[in-house]
Write a protein that binds this ligand. Structure first.
Ligand code: ADP
Length: 684
């Protein structure tokens, strides 16, 4: 049956059937004619026989009808007989015609269709050159040629498409190659970046280690320098000249320490290890303390120092007191440093800024305080204002001031930001600068602790003698502490390593231990841990509990004061931490707290707060002496000024600070400044 699905065979089948029906029809027709002729013949014969039987004598009349009848039949039969060749002829003609038509149909329609179908099949099987061919010029041929044209167009498009495809695939390949190259490069870059990161981390680690070591190495000798400077400054037998020298040693040491601390602070900030440690503190006392420092410095420079603190400021706040002091001291220090005439103003008000409130909400703070530091100094040029908060920027270095590291503002800004605030500056060359720090704080519930004890004139304490164990491998550092504490009636025992410290602790039971944390044989950490574990064992055995102190306070005194060092000391079991170089006041304060001491002061009978005098402006001589000094200054007699000052100092102890101030200027032959200072005291 598959055969007849083809048009060709269907055509042949139809043609065959048509021919069969056609021939069959003709044959039927011929047979019909033949039969008809035979019937006529039979009828004539029958009629002949009947007429012969019925009429032996032919009657002319009847014979005439009969003849006519017979003649008619014969004529019909003849006609039929004669029609047969014509029938055959017409059949042949019709057949021929039919063949002819079929031939034409086959040639004109079927063959071209077949050819076209062949061409389609060839094209389909991939021969794009196969084409319809014909010598005819009829519609089907034209259709075939149009089909050829379509094939040509398709071919052309295909070629074009192939070319484009080739081109684009070349492009794609190229792009692919580029992509692969880029991926490889990126991977390489990533690996490089990772490598660089590793190197940077290693470098950072190396930097941190270096800084920690450097800090340790510098703090150790600084501890001895500053420690002795502080001890000697307390001595009464030191003359003014020596005191000046000690002042210079202390100032230089402090400067070195400040540089060291600034570098460490910046590194801590850079590695994100700087932490804000909030405590509750008394705001007014805090501000007054700062004012005291700068009032004195301003007076020495003969510039006015104005301060104004709003009455609606909270009494006690919670914030990082140490870091806030560091920032304000830096800003005020700069203001005084860069101002030669006019004033420095320090203000604290409730900040009018609204946007800080958002930060405050997040940090849980409830008040934003604005600290304003204004000066009439040299100012900062607009182009320098952009870089002023970047590390190591000293825009005035080209001018007259070279002191400083250029780190203060960078650190201050970072610290203020860490406190959830902002630090901004407005400045005008030769008119001065205004630094504004907005800082968020939470208000402390209870008023902060009372003002700190002034330790400068401490001579001892009221309770029985206390034993202090000093553990330090550096003999100079031990001697600093020994010289400091022995005059204050402490009994000092020394150990030069951690192991010795533990042994002495177990045998001597000191009241407090000042422990250096970096020592040979056993370091401070090991020693503290051993002591703490021993104490806890003793606490568990009731028999020995009474013999052994339950908890001996230990203060870590270490030159290792970089990231985490403080925490490590607390983790080991220390009760407090003092970085080297030891600040005497800080040490005495901590001793007082941990041993519950009540200090005895040099001048206790007055009962007044002597210390206030030591930080406020020096008391000037009386009008008469002041007049003499002004006269000497007007004629520029430095030698006489120094002699006069020395006499004043010897005769009136309370004039010592004033004398020191004047002496310092006299030594530097700063006659103009001496005149200004004296006029300032006179009230002009
Ligand atoms: P430095 O230790 O040098 O003072 P800072 O970071 O505190 O470092 O200050 C950077 C620079 O900014 C200073 O060297 C100075 O040039 C400029 N500067 C800071 N404060 C003032 C000011 N109040 N008046 C003029 N210039 C200032």
């Amino acid at each position: 049956m598959k055969l007849f699905r083809s048009t060709k065979y269907r055509f042949y089948l139809t043609t065959g059937l048509l021919l069969i029906f056609f021939c069959g029809g003709y044959i039927q027709l011929a047979l019909f004619f033949n039969r008809l002729a035979e019937r006529f013949e039979n009828r004539r014969t029958a009629f002949d026989n009947i007429s012969t039987d019925l009429m032996p004598q032919p009657n002319v009349t009847r014979g005439g009808a009969k003849n006519t009848f017979l003649q008619g039949i014969s004529t019909d039969a003849d006609l039929l007989r004669r029609a047969q060749p014509w029938l055959f002829l017409s059949f042949s003609a019709a057949l021929t015609m039919l063949f002819f038509i079929l031939y034409i149909v086959s040639r004109k329609i079927i063959t071209p269709i077949m050819q076209m179908s062949k061409v389609v099949m060839q094209v389909k099987s991939g021969n794009d050159q196969a084409r319809f061919e014909s010598v005819e010029k009829d519609e089907i041929a034209e259709f075939g040629f149009a089909f050829n044209e379509i094939l040509d167009t398709i071919n052309e498009h295909r070629h074009r498409l192939e070319t484009q495809m080739k081109e684009s695939s070349t492009e794609v390949l190229q792009t692919n190659e580029e992509l692969i190259l880029e991926i490889v490069e990126r991977k390489q870059a990533e690996e490089d970046a990772e490598e660089a990161l590793r190197e940077a981390e290693a470098a950072n680690q190396a930097k941190s280690t270096f800084l920690a070591n450097m800090s340790h190495e510098l703090r150790t000798p600084l501890n001895a320098i500053l420690g002795y400077a502080q001890i000697l400054q307390r001595e009464t037998y030191v003359n003014e000249h020596q005191r000046d020298g000690l002042n210079i040693i202390q100032k230089s040491g402090q400067h070195l320490l400040m540089l060291l601390n600034d570098i460490l602070d910046l590194s801590k900030i850079e590695v994100g290890r700087m932490e804000i440690q909030p405590t509750e503190f008394h705001l007014e006392y805090f501000l007054n303390n700062i004012v005291d420092i700068f009032r004195l410095r301003s007076e020495q420079k003969m510039i006015r120092f104005n301060c104004a603190f709003a009455s609606d400021l909270p009494t006690a706040i919670r914030g990082d007191e140490i870091r806030l002091r560091q920032v304000l001291i830096n800003l005020l220090g700069n203001a005084v440093k860069f101002t030669e005439k006019g004033f420095v103003a320090f203000k604290a008000i409730i900040s009018p800024r609204q946007d800080v409130k958002y930060t405050m909400k997040n940090s849980g703070a409830d008040v934003c305080i604005r600290f304003q530091i204004q000066d009439t100094g040299i100012g900062i040029a607009p182009e320098d204002l952009k870089t002023i908060f970047e590390p190591f920027q000293q825009v005035t270095s080209k001018r007259e001031h070279t002191q400083g590291t250029g780190l203060g503002l960078a650190i201050s800004k970072k610290l203020i930001e860490m406190m959830g605030g902002s630090l901004e500056v407005e400045s005008d060359v030769s008119h001065g600068s205004l630094f504004i720090a907005d800082v968020a704080f939470s208000i402390a519930d209870s008023p902060a602790t009372a003002p700190k004890t002034q330790t400068h004139f401490i001579t001892g304490y009221t309770c029985p003698r206390r034993n202090v164990l000093i553990a330090d491998d550096n003999p100079e550092n031990r001697s600093v502490l020994r010289y400091l504490l022995t005059p204050l009636k402490f009994k000092v025992v020394e150990a030069c390593n951690g192991q010795e410290a533990v042994e002495k602790m177990l045998t001597l039971h000191p009241d407090i231990i000042l422990m250096d944390m970096v020592m040979p044989i056993a370091d401070g950490f090991q020693a503290v841990r051993k002591i703490r574990s021993y104490e806890s064992r003793m606490r568990q055995s009731p028999s020995s509990a009474t013999l052994f102190p339950a908890h001996t306070p230990i203060i870590a005194i270490t030159a290792k004061a970089f990231i985490n060092d403080k925490q490590k000391c607390f983790d080991a079991g220390c009760d407090d931490f003092i970085p080297k170089p030891v600040n005497v006041d800080e040490l005495l304060e901590k001793l007082q707290k941990l041993l519950s001491l009540e200090w005895l002061y040099k001048d206790t009978q007055s009962g007044t707060d002597e210390s206030e005098n030591t930080v406020s402006s020096p008391e000037p001589p009386d009008a008469e002496d002041l007049k003499t000094l002004i006269q000497l200054a007007n004629v520029g007699d430095i030698r006489s000024i120094r002699n006069f000052t020395a006499k004043l100092e010897q005769s009136k102890q309370h004039l010592r600070p004033f004398a020191a101030q004047l002496n310092m200027l006299a030594q530097q032959f700063q006659i103009d400044k001496i005149r200004k200072l004296l006029n300032y005291y006179k009230g002009d």
